[in-house]
Design a protein around this ligand. Structure first.
Ligand code: TYD
Length: 220
């Protein structure tokens, strides 16, 4: 099989990063080469853009500037890391990808879904994830997790973490809407539960899309 691009999406504090690592380990355990990456970022150039876009005050960039910065970072990531990996048969797991632009810039920042989809088409030229898992959980709980993590690790909150609860409710609804629009590609994962429980849900979703892994990864 050729490589597959699996993307993890959802609001802040839903445990995507931990779960992406757990899935990478599970796939590597059955002999798949896995590249674990993230957005915005993943390549040297895209990580520089990440700093620009995540640091500073909430009103630092207009919605359009933010959208174009995200796609500038994304195309560097796709051309330099993702496509070469897929071509040699590796699987790529990306902690966020284009659906974050749709949810954050399109729905929550008010750029509109059509604008984001147009930019997506021009920049990506038909390149899309093979499978997208949306981590869904209660907004209040997830923001509590973000605050606790920032406090424990003595980190600053990102521009998006500081955006307020209404913004994050919009993000949650946006991702659920995207999943409804593209049900074949986008699956919703209930992200509330222990690490092991959420991991098991992910393995079930993966084996539903890739039955050749049934019984091998530990999923149903
Ligand atoms: P990060 O600290 O990686 O957040 P998380 O751990 O929740 O993934 O910060 C990434 C932030 O960038 C996150 O708030 C979502 C936002 N973002 C966009 O607004 N648009 C995009 O296209 C992407 C990829 C991310």
């Amino acid at each position: 099989m050729t490589g597959q691009l699996i993307t993890f999406e959802g609001g802040e504090g839903a445990g995507k990063t931990t779960q992406a690592k757990m899935l990478a380990d599970a796939l590597e355990g059955v002999g798949v080469e896995v590249i674990l990456t993230r957005e915005p970022g993943g390549t040297f150039g895209a990580e520089s853009i990440r700093k620009l876009v995540l640091e500073g005050t909430d009103d630092r960039w207009s919605g359009m500037t933010e959208l174009l910065l995200m796609y500038a970072a994304r195309i560097d990531h796709v051309e330099k890391l993702i496509k070469p990996a897929l071509e040699r048969g590796a699987w790529v797991i990306s902690d966020r990808f284009s659906d974050s632009s749709l949810a954050y810039q399109g729905y929550a920042r008010g750029m509109g879904v059509e604008t984001v989809r147009s930019v997506h088409e021009v920049v990506m030229q038909g390149f899309n994830p093979d499978l997208t898992l949306v981590f869904d959980m209660d907004v209040y709980l997830s923001l509590k997790r973000v605050e606790t993590r920032a406090f424990e690790q003595d980190e600053d909150l990102s521009r998006f973490d500081k955006a307020g609860q209404d913004f994050h409710v919009k993000i949650r609804d946006a991702f659920l809407d995207i999943a409804k629009t593209e049900p074949d590609r986008v699956k919703v994962i209930d992200a509330d539960g222990s690490r092991g429980a959420v991991h098991a849900r992910i393995l079930n979703a993966l084996t539903a899309s890739y039955p050749e892994f049934a019984g091998k990864l530990g999923g149903a």
